[in-house]
Design a protein around this ligand. Structure first.
Ligand code: HZT
Ligand code: MN
Ligand code: MN
Length: 434
């Protein structure tokens, strides 16, 4: 990443100057940091180096971490170990891609009233930009590191450890936004390994990587697709272009159904040849994007990826994740297989003792943020399955099982988070990769 760091000034360019460029493709292209095997410390640190820091330095050396020189994200190690708050001091995180409003909302760019309203949300923006920078730096490492033959738990922990470190996980102030989705082939979403899952990603697989980062409950939700066989390129291109179309179409007063229509048109303009057969690429019609609230991954509105009659409009101030799914299958997902993802979505006092115990732990550790069984394991819960099922049955917890198209099909996903600021649309999760 080579980005400007200005946040509060008017020179809000940086990531906004990036063109939407899909030319790099999504094959886990190895973009290694420039090698610099020696020292780790920033120049600013060298003066006041404590014994603890020296110890840390040696540990890093032993693990052969690599760090490039220079400011900002270029100074991140591999694997990532430096909190983004250190790489971008004074709360000056990279600004996302800025898109001026069009048509009836053109006036917003320069309106004094809108600029004044915009100023009231600076802390939320800073939090979101910090979370987005964590997402970019973690995914850069993930894209370079994920290889066929790796098991999904290793991949999930790589992403989750990176997130926890770079965002400086601390109670409800900062942390993981939701479980790391690692869904393969006909499974489109909401698969993450439970304990004892030894599934490995294979050479000819299509892997969706969907993870979230939050700061003070402000969640960045963004996803990409990896494949190591070039034959999937049209499928991966389709979802990237479809998502970029949805993001471009989005704006204050735009009807959700119109965004779906634009996405569908782009997605259906693609086809793919597999084993000598040409297949249409379809949008998965029962998956959609959504708005996001504080500590709420789904805050009530859904963004379809096919045309529909929904006249609901996007509104000023809203935060959205637009995600599109393309498939060689039926274009419809069903719940399939063992559930891993859950979130507390209701209240109530369960009677069952094991339900009360796991609910206490959920409330204390995750609140309303989605979690998975591995996260319950790591906070020390065990033998909770019966209690958890009881909470789901009582409507206190919602289960989000894996969502899969027909067996033998391939699905891909692309997702970005953006905010409809009073003056401008900011695509927070935009990066050089996607
Ligand atoms: C649910 C549970 C999670 C939200 C979308 C999504 C991953 O399909 C309204 C529209 C994480 C996220 C969600 F653990 N879902 N984005 N990224 N999954 S959703 C949904 O349930 S609700 C879409
Ligand atoms: Mn997502
Ligand atoms: Mn989402």
């Amino acid at each position: 990443m080579s980005t400007a760091t200005d946040t509060l000034g008017l020179a809000e360019k940086s990531l906004g100057e990036l063109t939407i460029d899909d030319s790099k493709g999504s094959n886990a292209a190895v973009e290694q940091d420039s090698d610099d095997d020696g020292e780790e410390g920033n120049a600013a640190d060298e003066g006041a180096e404590t014994a603890q820091k020296k110890k840390k330095k040696n540990r890093k050396k032993n693990k052969k971490k690599k760090k490039a020189a220079g400011p900002g994200a270029a100074g991140q190690t591999s694997p990532p170990s430096i909190p983004v708050s250190q790489l971008f001091p004074n709360n000056s995180y990279p600004v996302g891609q800025l898109c001026d409003y069009v048509d009836d909302n053109k006036y917003r760019t320069t309106s004094e009233e809108m600029r004044a309203k915009d100023m009231l949300n600076q802390q939320q923006l800073t939090d979101l930009r910090r979370a987005a920078e964590v997402h970019r730096e973690v995914r850069q490492y993930a894209r370079a590191s994920i290889r066929p033959g790796m098991d999904l738990t290793t991949i999930a922990e790589m992403i989750e450890n990176g997130t926890r470190t770079l965002v400086e996980e601390r109670g409800f102030e900062s942390g993981i936004g939701f479980p790391t989705g690692l869904s393969i082939n006909h499974c489109a979403a909401h698969y993450t390994p439970n304990a004892g899952d030894f599934v490995e990603v294979q050479q000819d697989d299509v892997l969706k990587v969907d993870f979230g980062v939050h700061v003070n409950g402000h969640i960045i939700d963004s996803a990409f697709t990896l494949a190591w066989n070039d034959r999937y390129k049209p499928l991966l291109d389709a979802v990237k272009e479809a998502t970029n179309t949805g993001v471009r179409e989005a704006g204050i007063d735009v009807r959700l159904g119109d965004i779906g229509a634009a996405i569908q048109e782009v997605m259906e303009s693609y086809e793919i040849e597999l084993d000598g057969k040409t297949l249409p690429i379809k949008p998965i019609r029962n998956l959609c994007g959504h708005n996001i609230g504080p500590y709420l991954i789904h805050s009530g509105k859904s963004v379809p990826i096919v045309a529909n009659r929904d006249q609901t409009r996007m509104e000023e101030g809203e935060l959205y994740a637009i995600e599109t799914f393309g498939t060689t299958g039926s274009g419809y997902v069903r719940e399939e297989g063992v559930c891993s993802h859950y979130a507390k979505t209701g209240d109530g006092q369960p009677r069952m003792q094991s339900a009360r115990k796991v609910l206490q732990s959920i409330t204390k550790n995750f609140g309303t943020l989605p979690f998975c069984r591995r996260y319950l394991d790591r906070v020390g819960e065990s033998h909770y399955y019966l209690g958890l099922r009881n909470l789901v049955d009582d409507g206190i917890v919602t289960a989000y099982p894996p969502l899969c198209d027909v067996k033998g099909s391939y699905t891909a996903q692309s997702e970005h988070t953006f905010i409809l600021r009073p003056t401008v649309k900011e695509v927070l999760s935009r990066g050089e990769d996607y």
